[in-house]
Design a protein around this ligand. Structure first.
Ligand SMILES: [Zn+2]
Length: 136
């Protein structure tokens, strides 16, 4: 697992640095803008304000990109599920894949009609579980 997670961590650290620099520059631009407005240079104020807003927009974009990419790296491999079907009454049960499972293998008794149930399918579960919100 560690060899899967490490690229994501290095990736995040690199972007953390860029995001920090962009944030500092944006804040500096806002201060420059307020200074310019204070001394009556409205055109200069607008210019620095534009830089600050662009910086923040870029920052937001990068944070979202990083989160998307980092999540893709960190995602666990999909779970493998085994579907067990009762041929007689149609009772269906889904459980985790176990070593030795194969399609058409006879398994446990049906809880409804006590007939032997059979493995009908084995597949990867593609649904992604909701993770707690985490920035970067
Ligand atoms: Zn049954």
């Amino acid at each position: 697992m560690s060899d899967i997670e490490s690229p994501a961590r290095r990736f995040s650290l690199f972007f953390l640095a860029i995001i920090f620099i962009t944030l500092v520059l944006s804040i500096a631009a806002f201060f420059q803008a307020f200074d310019a407005y204070n001394i009556g240079q409205v055109a200069n104020g607008h210019f620095f304000m534009l830089i600050g807003v662009s910086g923040l927009a870029l920052l937001t974009y990068m944070v979202f990109q990083t989160r998307r990419r980092a999540l893709r790296f960190v995602l666990k491999p999909p779970r493998i599920a085994t579907t067990i079907l009762c041929q007689k009454c149609g009772f269906k049960n889904i459980r985790d894949f176990e070593r030795g499972d194969f399609i058409f293998k006879d398994t446990e008794e049906c809880p409804k009609c006590k007939e032997k149930m059979m493995i009908a399918s084995i597949y990867r579960e593609v649904e992604e579980k909701k993770r707690p919100r985490r920035w970067i």
